[in-house]
Design a protein around this ligand. Structure first.
Ligand SMILES: Nc1ncnc2c1ncn2[C@@H]1O[C@H](COP(=O)(O)OP(=O)(O)OP(=O)(O)O)[C@@H](O)[C@H]1O
Length: 306
């Protein structure tokens, strides 16, 4: 659905993007995560055809954005950061204006507006001027504008920035429901946002991609945790003898059963070999799993390495 290849962009002597490449498949929901100034908005503006890169290729649905920006924009619903809205216009007038700008034929406008309004829960607020709406409801208007033409791809720049905790939960819920109909790429600097919404995360720092993986892959380590029913003689040294094992640490897991953290030396999954070892030696396994890391610790590790 999106192909970004070796994108580069400088503003004067600020190198905002330093060769960014990634692909997003149809139906995915992907978070572009990075601190302020990492280059998230620059990537989004390039994909949506509002900014010309210095080098690189962006394709949406096989269409090159530099060659046919209007063709790409017809396939994208875009919610910019702090979407500009006219405070004196009502919700209905705002959406009618958006439908005109999208060149939606007049006889189709009512049906499209009504569909978008119900999708974002604005049906009771059609006659209210934008200026009287809370920030959360203004964001719903922005989302309704973005989905008016039923685009196959939604691109949202920091969709929950400036919202209070309740509004954040509501907007995240809406994004999740819209993801059923569209591929979604959104940017954020908030880790729990990624955990709440994404299949996959692209971590960007200083104009470079530092990670691009499914959340479960990123969280998995090459270490395993094993808890046994009783303490068989020699368990620790047998675990240590498995190929790919660096070290075995016994730890207290709170229920008096022997627990070990088995540290690998090459990132490979150790659990199948541990399972076989347990079966061969008649150990009673209470628990066997890959050890995981939180997104926060991954992010901090990447930031420290930067
Ligand atoms: N129009 C501009 N002129 C000069 N520098 C710019 C311009 N727009 C962005 N930059 C710089 O380019 C870098 C990337 O900015 P960008 O807005 O893409 O980052 P971001 O990750 O979206 O950050 P934020 O979350 O703060 O919006 C930053 O160093 C920023 O200061």
């Amino acid at each position: 659905m999106i192909r970004v290849q070796d994108l580069q962009k400088a503003y004067g002597n600020v190198q905002a993007l330093r060769g960014v490449s990634f692909d997003i498949a149809q139906g995915e929901i992907v978070g572009l995560l990075g601190p302020n100034g990492a280059g998230k908005t620059t990537i989004i503006k390039t994909i949506t055809g509002f900014l010309q890169p210095d080098a690189g290729v962006v394709e949406v649905d096989g269409i090159d954005v530099m060659q046919d920006p209007r063709g790409v924009q017809a396939r994208i619903g875009y919610l910019p950061e702090n979407a500009p809205l006219y405070p004196e216009l009502t919700v209905q007038a705002t959406l009618q204006l958006a439908a005109d700008l999208r060149e939606i034929p007049e006889d189709a406008q009512l049906e499209k507006i009504s569909r978008a309004v119900y999708a974002v829960g604005l049906e009771k607020h059609l006659t209210r001027p934008i200026g009287t709406l809370s920030k959360g409801f203004r964001q719903r208007v922005g989302l309704a504008q973005a989905i008016l033409h039923q685009p196959p791809l939604l691109i949202l720049d920091e969709p929950t920035v400036g919202l209070d905790p309740r509004q954040i939960v509501e907007i995240r819920g809406l994004i999740k429901s819209l993801a059923g109909q569209s591929t979604v790429l959104f940017s954020t600097h908030i880790l729990p946002e990624v955990e709440a919404l994404c299949d996959r995360v692209i971590i960007l720092m200083n104009g470079e991609i530092r990670a691009n993986a499914r959340l479960d892959e990123l969280a998995a380590t090459g270490n395993a945790v094993v808890v046994l029913g009783e303490r068989p003689a020699g368990a620790e040294s047998l675990l240590r003898g498995l190929p790919g094992v660096e070290k075995v640490e016994a730890f207290e897991n709170g229920d008096a059963h022997p627990a070990y953290r088995v540290l690998g030396n090459n990132g490979a999954d150790l659990t199948p070999a541990i399972y076989q070892l347990a079966a061969a030696n008649g150990w009673r396994l209470r628990e066997l799993r890959r050890d995981t890391r939180s997104l926060e610790s991954i992010f901090n590790e990447i930031a420290m390495a930067a």
